[in-house]
Design a protein around this ligand. Sequence first.
Ligand SMILES: *[C@@H]1O[C@H](CO)[C@@H](O)[C@H](O)[C@H]1NC(C)=O
Length: 500
Amino acid sequence: MSRTKPSTERQNKLTMTARRHSSTTVQHVQQPPKNIWPWVVCLCIISSLLAQCIAPLLQEVLKSSFICINPLVPSATKKIFDCVGQERTQKGISRRSRSDVQRVTYFDEPFPVEPWSRDDELAQTYDLLLPVTPKKQLSAIPDPFTEAEAVAALQAAKRSREGGNIRRAEAIIEHAYALAPHHPDVLTEYGIFIETIRNNVVEAEGYYQKALKGDPMHQEALIRRAKTLPLVEEIDNNMLKSIRHKRELFLKIPRWNSGLKRAMRESYFQHIYHTVALEGNTFTLGQTRSVLESRLAVGGKSIMEHNEILGMDAALRYLNKTLAAVGDIKMEDILSIHKRVLGFVDPDSAGVIRRTQVFVGSFTPVAPEYVNSELLEFVEWLNDEETLRIDPVELAALAHYKLVFIHPFVDGNGRTARLLMNFILMQAGFPPVIIPVGERGRYYATLKDANDGDLRPFIRFIAQMTDDCLQSFILSSSECPPEVKIEVAESQAQMIQTEP
Ligand SMILES: *[C@@H]1O[C@H](CO)[C@@H](O)[C@H](O)[C@H]1NC(C)=O
C-alpha cells in the first residue's frame, strides 16, 4: 500500500520519465501474482479434494435419505442410484454397521467330528447327577410369629457381628433371612453382613435394594445403598468392558485355527446337550452326540427326548443360516425358531402362540389374550434405536428375560429364549454362549430375582457365562494356553488402570 500510493501521485504529476513510470507499473502488476499464485494453486488442490470426498458422500446421503425411501421417486431413478434392497433392509444394515464388529460368528459344521474321550461324558453326566437343592417355598404373607422370631434373631446377629463373633453372626442372620426373606431390617442386616464380612459389595447392594423395595424410607438401607451403588455400577461396567475386550481377542483368532475349529464343533453338541438338559432331558453329552451323528436311536430313551434333540439341531441350523440375513429381528423370526425347537415334539404347537394360561412354578405369565400384543411390543423394543445402543451382552440377557417373562408358547420358551439370546450375541461377534446344566440353580435364581424387580443379577450371570465361553475359546486356540491367560489378565489390569 505504501508503495502504490506514491506511485499514483507520480502518475498524476506526469513529471516522471517513461522508464521510471513503466518500471513502477510493472512493479504494480507483478506484485499480486507473487502473493496470489501459491494460494490459487492451494485452493485448486483443496477444492478438488473436497469435491472428490464430498460428492460420493452427498450422493450416499441423497440416495439413502431421499431418493431410495421417497415413494414419489420413480423406480427407474432408484435403479440408477442402485437402491436395490436399501429400502427394506436399511435398518438391518445400520444395525450391523453401528456395532463395531464386522464379523458374525457362526456355528461350525460339526461333521466329521474328532474322536472324543469317555471322560468328557462322565464329567458331563456328573452335572446332571448333582442334587438340585430344593428351595424353601415361603409364603409372601408374613406370619407374625415367624417374623417376631426373625427380628429377635436379627438383633442377636447384629450384636454378634458388632461383638466380633462372626461365625455366630453368620448362622443367626441366615436363620433370620430364612424365616423372613422379605423383612427390610433382616435384608439390610444380611446386606451389611455380606458387605463387611464377605466383602461382596455387589451382592450386598442387591439386599439393600430388596430392603428398600419393602420399605422405601428405610434409613440404614438408604445410606448403605447410596454408598455401594456407585461401586457396583463401576464393577458392572468394568465387567462388560473386559468382556468386550475378550471378544476382540476372540475375533482376532483366525477361523482356520484347528484348536478353535475343534472347540466350535464340540460346542455345537454341548449347546444342544445343555439346553435340553436344563429342561430335564436325560440324554448324556455322549448320547446327544451319538444321535446327531448316526441318527440312530439310543436304547431306553423316550422318543420325545430324541425329538427334543433333533429339534434343537434343526433350530441351531436355522439360526445359523439366518444370522447374516436377518437385520431386524421380527416376530416371524422368533416363531420360526420355536417352530424348529418343537417341530418334532409337538408339531401342533410349534411356532404357534399359546391360547391358554400357563403356570411356571409360582410365576403366572400374562393371560393368553395379551400375549400377541406383548410379543409385538417386545419385538418393537428389540429393534428400537435406544435398545440397539445397549451393550450386546446386556441386550441379549434382557431379550432372554423378556421373552420368558411373556412366555409366548405352551412349551419350549426357555430354549427359544436361549436361542434368541445367542442370536443377538452371535450377530455381535460373540461365540455361541452355553448355559451349563450345572448352573441351573443360579440360572433360575437370577431369573427369579429379575421377576422380583432386579434384573442385574441375571445380566451378570449371562455376562459371566459369556466370559467363560470366550475364555475357553481363546484358550482352545492357543498352543500354550498359560500365555494367553496372562495376556488376558494383563490387558484387563491395564484397562482397570486406565479407568478414570
Ligand atoms: C453355519 O453357517 C456357516 C456360514 O454359512 C457355515 O459355514 C457352517 O457350516 C454352518 N454351520 C452349521 C452347523 O450349519
